[in-house]
Ligand binder design. Structure first.
Ligand code: LLP
Length: 419
């Protein structure tokens, strides 16, 4: 048991999974504040270059209380929708700390940001045209597609030929023409090549490409290199974290060289999402059934893909820990099981063929590294209630930071319904 991540990190503070489930219900997202703050600091200090800032990518986790902590740690943010902007403002971010990276958005959405004084990035010539028509003389940023991408699954690769993102480098003259046509002020360029790399080289390569493109423009205020920093999802098998120190130093060299040649005042930004929040989150659930079918030993839980979509969407791996209901030597006996949820689809599998301590009904399971793209991708499919979220504070106490959905929430939205 002592190889467990949650034990090594004192993840649950003064409480424990059983107490948490009893108090807040199952399933339940639990976050550890100390780990979150540490990951914020890792990213804030990642590139040893004075004019560098990390913009946390809100889509990974937009819980209001976590956003407040991230703001306290000095990170700025990127937003992908008016809804994210709305929540970021509620968390206390100033408009100048928010960067709206739109993708195929309506003019109303662009104007929502513009009217708040938030910088907007457009990611096609057609969106640049729309922006220019409604904001002649305005400030704008442009998302570049550096021509290649990377990611843990093809669905999260966001650079290169086969993606809908960004403007290719062979269209730079068209960008310049539109900027001129509408008298726009191009304040920055940005990119994002994809999600989850465990080595620095592809990111460094994308910085080189972006800097080459940046030198074709004059008067930029910032260059945003994007996110994608991975975390080790297979810690139980000894997977190591991303080596940030050398990586950051190599990035700083590139930035320094470019800035001293072209523009010493330029600001550089990154957009980490997963790295900041993944490891501070554990999803707890309960085993409700066991069954053997076709030689497969299933453990049936309340951890359906409505709660955590990543395994079903991307075949993603999450380490699992077992917290037995009744004290026993959990490690002594192991078995191979497939962990499934309670949703009406055969694909509702959270972990295939795992060697785990024998699980009994009533035991609690912990799904590791669930802080990123966990609750933000949860849904009410099968009219299930999205889980509560709880924070383990630095003093070890726990605090509810989002209530579980209620049954009333399921019908509140229907105009014909009167409560
Ligand atoms: N910037 C932009 C423009 C993005 O689209 C994203 C993520 C990020 C930054 C942050 O990327 P990160 O540092 O978190 O890798 N749902 C998938 C990941 C989708 C990422 C979408 N864009 C997953 O669960 O793996």
């Amino acid at each position: 048991m002592d190889q467990y991540y949650t034990i090594k990190t004192s993840f649950f503070g003064n409480t424990n999974p059983q107490q948490l489930i009893e108090q807040y219900g199952s399933p339940l997202y639990v976050y550890n504040e100390s780990i979150l703050r540490q990951r914020c600091r890792d990213m804030a200090d990642f590139i040893p270059y004075a004019n560098y800032i990390a913009n946390y990518s809100t889509k990974a986790n937009s819980n209001l209380e976590l956003l407040k902590i991230i703001r306290e740690e000095g990170l700025h943010v990127d937003a992908m929708s008016p809804g994210e902007i709305y929540v970021l403002l509620a968390a206390g971010f100033r408009p100048d700390q928010i960067f709206y990276i739109g993708n195929n958005v309506s003019i109303e959405e662009m104007m929502y940001a513009v009217n708040l004084g938030i910088t907007v990035s457009v990611d096609s010539l057609s969106q640049l045209e729309t922006f220019g028509q409604h904001n002649p003389g305005g400030n704008v940023a442009v998302r570049i597609n550096p021509g290649f991408g990377i990611g843990h699954h093809e669905k999260v690769v966001t650079g290169g030929e086969k993606t809908k993102f960004g403007i290719n480098d062979d269209r730079i003259d068209d960008v310049k023409a539109l900027i001129q046509k509408y008298n726009l002020n191009l304040v920055g360029i940005n990119q994002h090549i994809g999600s989850l790399f465990m080595e620095g080289e592809p990111y460094l390569q994308s910085i080189r490409t972006l800097l080459d493109i940046a030198s074709l423009f004059e008067g930029l205020d910032f260059i945003d290199m994007g996110g994608g920093f991975g975390i080790p999802y297979q810690k139980q098998d000894g997977e190591k974290p991303l080596e940030l120190k050398l990586f950051g130093e190599q990035a700083a060299e590139l930035l320094d060289a470019w800035a001293s040649r072209y523009n010493p005042d330029i600001q550089f930004m990154s957009e980490p999402g997963r790295y900041v929040v993944a490891e501070c989150g554990v999803l707890l659930g309960t085993a409700h059934a066991r069954k053997e079918n076709g030689g497969i030993h299933y453990v049936g839980t309340d951890l359906g893909f409505n709660v955590l979509a990543r395994p079903v969407m991307y075949d993603a791996w999450h380490d699992i820990e077992v917290y037995p209901k009744h004290k026993r030597a959990v490690d002594s006996l192991k078995e191979t099981v497939t962990i499934v949820g309670n949703i009406c689809e055969s694909g509702d599998i959270i972990a295939y063929n795992r060697q785990l301590p024998v699980i009994s009904i009533g035991d609690i399971l912990g799904v590791m590294d669930a802080g990123a793209y966990g609750h933000t991708m949860a849904s009410n499919y099968n009219n299930r209630l999205r889980p509560a979220e709880v924070l383990i504070r630095r003093d070890g106490t726990d605090k509810l930071i989002r209530r579980r959905d209620t049954m009333e929430d399921l019908i509140r939205v229907f105009p014909t319904h009167t409560v």
